[in-house]
Write a protein that binds this ligand. Structure first.
Ligand code: GLC
Length: 458
């Protein structure tokens, strides 16, 4: 009984009311407008310098690399037109040492992965005389999913790291130049043509491949981190010098919002004691406050903090295990696996808790874990839905009865059951019947195809 009561109390702390969702969407619009006018806002609203959205007819072969989470991916992408493409790829884990070491070590490791990939998949190019002479002939789109101060399509200095990276000497440096230097040192004949946030790539690849009639206006990620990009009216990006020749005849700009940093001041976001505990053990306390409630890197840790608290209060588990007291022990796959177990005796949850926390559970304990996971997951989807709705309101996407298309990617969205249903529920609370005109679909390979498309338009 005590356990049931405690779980109900915790779940209610994670419930987000309609009024709170509306307030979040409203605050989002306020902060987005501020960010379009100045660089000094935490929610940075970064112009991507991509001023065209693809229509599916684009063609060509490009390299794409992706650094944004725990893996580094190299791909060669051939755009075939008709929204079709061919892609070859190789992923390599980025070790904790590289994530927190020197920029030289990190970027030379990245260049080395490009070399290995090219030797394997692009041997012809690799052996060409012109490439070994150091001439840049293959264009590369660099998906770099961290906040940068972007000043051109292939120029951007790192503002700060997120998602557990902490390569201090890279801050303030141009990440394209860091990569180009290491590629040149290996004489690869590759030109870093575009710096791409994963959300911008997601938007581009969805626009390229989507068969929907509606125009794609938003790309978003709910994975290790969370963020969104959208198609903005260029005239509204007032922090840019819009009289510059670079913008003549241009009308739109894809903006990377960096909404992970939405409401760092916690004016409208919900705060529980568990959010505070999680924030306190991150390398960037007080920052990325929206991301810390929504994205995969943090959801597992929020759940672990709750379970540990219930254990300490002697209402859950016979006692703690070393695993339960280990920070970051649970990742998002724990949540999706718990949610996926619909069996009567929660056999899956039983095995999972034994495997990841080395703890035995009773049936009542498994029910409790399931309720907690549902509450944390639902809050994530509802908060993400509110920000999406705010973005759509900001650009008037549903005015004139028009439909709008959104591309989504990321492990939470892809693997968490019901996530897309919950997102839509939350959007409906804010947009009402207009929600029916919001089309949300998976964007495949934003960081590969999307980055290639950015390299093409560059
Ligand atoms: C973090 C990064 C952002 C990225 C997002 C999703 O929020 O700061 O640039 O888009 O994660 O990967």
């Amino acid at each position: 009984m005590a356990l049931e009561r405690e779980v109900a109390a915790i779940s209610s702390q994670f419930a987000v009311s309609d009024a709170e969702l509306l307030a979040i969407a409203k605050e989002y619009i306020r902060l987005a407008e501020l960010g379009l006018g100045t660089d000094s806002m935490p929610m940075t609203m970064i112009p991507s310098f991509v001023t065209d959205v693809p229509n599916g007819s684009e063609r060509g072969t490009f390299l794409a690399v992706d650094l944004g989470g725990t893996n580094f991916r190299v791909c060669s992408v051939t755009l075939l037109g008709n929204g079709e493409y061919k892609l070859e790829q190789k992923s390599t884990a980025v070790s904790k040492n590289l994530m927190t070491g020197s920029s030289k070590d990190l970027f030379s490791f990245l260049a080395k992965q490009v070399e290995t990939f090219m030797k394997l998949h692009l041997n012809d190019h690799f052996n060409e005389e012109s490439s070994t002479n150091g001439e840049h002939i293959l264009k590369l789109g660099f998906t770099f999913s961290f906040p940068v101060n972007q000043t051109a399509v292939n120029r951007g200095t790192l503002i700060r790291w997120t998602k557990g990276f902490d390569v201090v000497d890279a801050i303030g440096q141009d990440v394209c130049l860091l990569l180009q230097k290491e590629l040149d040192a290996l004489k690869l004949g590759v030109h870093v043509a575009a710096l791409v946030n994963d959300t911008v790539g997601t938007l581009m690849s969805r626009a390229y491949a989507s068969s929907s009639e509606a125009l794609t206006k938003v790309g978003l990620i709910v994975g290790t981190g969370t963020n969104g990009a959208y198609v903005e009216d260029l005239a509204k990006v007032t922090k840019l010098d819009l009289s510059s020749a670079a913008f003549s005849n241009k009308h739109l700009m894809i903006v990377n919002t960096e909404w992970g940093a939405f409401d760092n001041a916690l004016r409208v976001l919900p705060v529980t004691q568990y959010d505070r505990l999680v924030d306190g053990i991150t390398p960037n306390p007080g920052f990325q406050m929206f991301e810390k409630r929504v994205s995969g890197m943090f959801l597992g840790e929020i759940v672990r903090q709750i379970l540990l608290d219930l254990c300490t209060r002697k209402v859950l588990f016979a006692g703690p295990s070393a695993e339960l007291t280990t920070e970051w022990q649970l990742d998002t796959s724990f949540l999706s696996e718990v949610e996926n177990d619909e069996s009567e005796d929660f056999d899956g949850i039983c095995k999972l808790v034994e495997k990841s926390l080395a703890l035995h559970t009773s049936h009542a304990e498994r029910c409790a874990i399931k309720k907690i996971v549902e509450a944390v997951g639902k809050r994530s989807a509802y908060l993400a839905g509110a920000i999406i709705a705010g973005t759509l309101q900001h650009i008037g996407a549903c005015s004139n009865r028009s439909s709008v298309d959104l591309g989504v990617d990321g492990s939470v969205y892809a693997h968490y059951p019901n996530y897309s249903k919950l997102l839509k529920e939350s959007i409906k609370i804010i947009l009402g019947d207009d929600e029916a005109r919001v089309i949300i679909g998976r964007a495949e390979d934003g960081s590969g195809v999307g980055a290639a498309l950015c390299a093409l338009v560059a």
